[in-house]
Unconditional design. Structure first.
Length: 59
């Protein structure tokens, strides 16, 4: 026997899709240089990661 689809209200549809949005980029202020950088990424200006020199610094 056929069963009609139930109507999903726009509110309920929006609640279901609330986690599908794109999140904004996260930046933190570097403690040494004060520049903004992504967390868990190398600071390309100084070449440091977690206080250790990983790359040569850019001029």
């Amino acid at each position: 026997m056929a069963v009609p689809k139930s109507k999903i209200t726009p509110s309920r549809r929006g609640m279901r899709r609330s986690h599908d949005r794109l999140k904004g980029e996260t930046y933190i202020e570097d403690s040494e240089s004060g520049e903004l950088r992504r967390p868990h990424h190398i600071d390309l200006k100084t070449g440091k990661y977690r206080g250790r020199q990983v790359l040569e610094a850019k001029d």
